[in-house]
Design a protein around this ligand. Structure first.
Ligand SMILES: [Mn+2]
Length: 269
């Protein structure tokens, strides 16, 4: 058995299928873990969701900002943008409500102890312990599961951008969802910056989250998507798998065998 961790698909369904052929995915034994951003911009978001939904026994998903944007527009009609044809196609589909109910029950953070990997879409707020990160992920997941309308009516916004244990309710949930799904850079004062995107070198005054307080001594590897400008990257214990298929780049899978003697392998289409 092998586990494949897959970068941002963003509706590039043909590429996903080609990647699974390339890795010789076997649905009777292999597992797939998606880093999030399953949908948007690639043109085949509905096909992507349907396939993963149909193979949910094999698949685990961490939600990305585009997945949450889709869910927000599904649950809160005033947020719908008619020009997003890809999302409109999903909303008109007869299986839409099954797909959306399934999607909103996915995770913000997956910790697979067997393969010693943590998978999140954008990152883990660097001043959090792993225990704290798991607690905050669960906090958001419980909102999504139990109070999706409250959550999506109040999800948008970049404040608070400073963490405090005293945050509560949607302020706490918004800080967590923003750090798990949108974070790239921090200000030197610990605050999250949501405006900067692109190459690290373009923002010398900001610090990429994974350099803020590097996870050098941690036993687990953190695997992310979201930041296609990084490309396929490993720095300390962080691996980025968003290689920007939707922008003309590649779709990437990291293969981790059950047999610890086997090396990790990268596959791309
Ligand atoms: Mn993203």
């Amino acid at each position: 058995m092998s586990t494949y961790i897959i970068g941002d698909v963003q509706g590039c369904f043909d590429a996903l299928m080609a990647l699974l052929v390339k890795v010789k995915f076997n649905d009777s034994k292999d597992k797939l873990i998606f880093c999030g951003d399953l949908v948007n911009r690639g043109g085949q978001s509905l096909e992507t969701l349907r396939w993963i939904y149909a193979h949910q026994q094999n698949c685990q998903v961490t939600l990305g900002n585009h997945d949450l944007s889709l869910l927000a527009q599904y649950y809160v009609k005033r947020l719908r943008k008619t020009r997003n044809r890809e999302f409109q196609e999903i909303f008109k589909a007869t299986d839409c409500s099954n797909l959306m109910t399934w999607l909103k029950n996915q995770k913000l953070l997956i910790h697979n102890k067997k393969i010693k990997k943590i998978i999140v879409h954008a990152g883990i707020y660097p001043l959090w312990s792993l225990k704290r990160a798991k607690k905050e992920a669960k906090y958001v997941e419980s909102y999504l599961r139990d109070k999706p309308l409250v959550f999506f009516n109040n999800m948008y916004g970049s404040k608070p951008n400073h963490w405090s244990k005293s945050l509560s309710g949607m302020d706490r949930a918004r800080f967590a969802v923003n750090s798990f799904t949108r974070m790239r850079f921090l200000f030197k004062n610990n605050g999250l910056n949501f405006k900067a995107k692109g190459e690290i070198e373009s923002f010398p005054q900001l610090i990429p989250w994974f350099r803020f307080k590097p996870y050098k001594k941690k036993k687990h590897t953190i695997i992310i998507g979201h930041w296609s400008a990084l490309g396929l990257m490993q720095e300390n214990n962080v691996i980025c798998l968003d290689t920007g298929k939707v922008w003309g780049g590649k779709l990437t899978a990291l293969k981790i065998s059950d047999n610890p003697k086997h090396k990790q392998q990268i596959f791309q289409v």
